[in-house]
Design a protein. Structure first.
Length: 343
């Protein structure tokens, strides 16, 4: 096959737009392209690679002839993923709808590509924070088992969509002009109360559950266990929204079952595809969201021994939420399947 019939559901959103950027950058072998969105966005036009595409309203009949359906995320996945599979497409889904379904593989291509072969039409893309963290932890598993993970995240507003990014800009401008900023989106647009994100941090990402953890925090716990295939792994997370446009940062503390030196950790990380080490305290060199936005790799720095526990390490991990945390990871799944003749 010289190319694949591709559909993008959610084409007008931040992740959908990143899909288009990456398809062009990576010369993804598409033969035809169908752009789908909600009724509200239908009729919009998008210029892409010299062609003008009209966004169509997604329906259950939108996937006839589609080989690969890239879903940007959201509640529409529950409705349209089964319809796309019935039409013969492979769905790679960015929403949380299928991640913990035991019948659906949850994939980071550099971490557990072998699980792709078990798919039954739908493949789930993990949560952005989980992807970014596991890109830094997987290399270390070559020499030590991880017994416990404690992670605190510093999450960009891009994780809440284009509207949250626009709100950060609007609030910042209002404050600079001495005006009162308006909050309508964060922590979640669906909640009855909203907080200013400009010049603030919000210790809530998504809704709270009965155990007082947020849904985002439990995603990291459960998804990490599923991807690594270890239900006994102890994981605890605190997720925080910060006034950054894109690129999530994570402070990750791990307890290992044996000693792993900082030098050896650096070597393992530097050799792993998709990871770069930026770690020179003497020169004040470490990853920051400002320097990693728009880049594909996950960056790791501040690697140091945890002096409070035996066989502990601290890492500072930063990656672009829209790229590796969403669109890039999904497209890499499709590329892996193509290269291994699974489509």
């Amino acid at each position: 096959m010289t190319g694949y019939n591709v559909a993008i559901l959610g084409a007008t959103g931040a992740v959908g737009q990143e899909f288009l950027n990456l398809i062009e950058e990576r010369k993804f072998p598409f033969k035809s392209l169908k752009l789908l969105a909600s009724k509200r966005s239908a009729g919009k036009t998008i210029d892409f690679m010299g062609e003008r595409y009209t966004v169509e309203e997604a329906t259950e009949n939108s996937f006839a002839g589609v080989d690969i359906a890239l879903f940007a995320g959201g509640s529409a996945s529950k409705t349209f993923a089964p319809a796309a599979v019935r039409a013969g497409a492979v769905v790679i889904d960015n929403s949380s709808a299928f991640r913990m379904d035991p019948e659906v593989p949850l994939i980071v291509p550099e971490v557990n590509p072998e699980a792709i072969s078990s798919h039954k039409g739908i493949i789930a893309n993990p949560n952005c924070t989980t992807i970014i963290m596991l890109m830094a932890l997987k290399p270390l598993l070559a020499e030590a088992r991880i017994k416990r993970i404690v992670v605190s995240t510093y999450q960009a507003v891009s994780g809440a969509g284009k509207e949250a990014m626009a709100e950060l800009e609007e609030q910042s401008r209002a404050i600079a002009l001495g005006e009162k900023p308006q909050a309508k989106i964060l922590p979640s647009a669906s909640l009855p109360k909203h907080y200013q994100i400009a010049f603030n941090v919000i210790p809530q990402v998504d809704v709270f559950l009965d155990n007082a953890y947020s849904k985002e925090e439990m995603k990291m716990v459960n998804e990490t266990r599923k991807i690594l295939g270890d239900d006994t792994l102890r994981v605890t997370a605190t997720t925080v929204r910060v006034p950054i446009y894109r690129s999530h940062a994570e402070a990750v503390n791990i307890e290992l079952d044996r000693e792993l030196s900082v030098k050896r950790a650096h070597e393992l990380l530097a050799a792993f595809p998709g990871v770069q080490v930026l770690d020179d305290p003497a020169q004040m060199e470490y990853p920051m969201p400002l320097c990693t936005a728009g880049l594909d790799d996950v960056f790791v720095g501040r690697v140091r021994q945890d002096e409070s526990v035996e066989h502990g390490l601290n890492l500072w991990v930063v990656g672009d939420q829209i790229r590796k945390g969403a669109a890039l990871n999904a497209l890499q799944i499709a590329e892996y399947m193509i290269s291994h003749k699974m489509i």
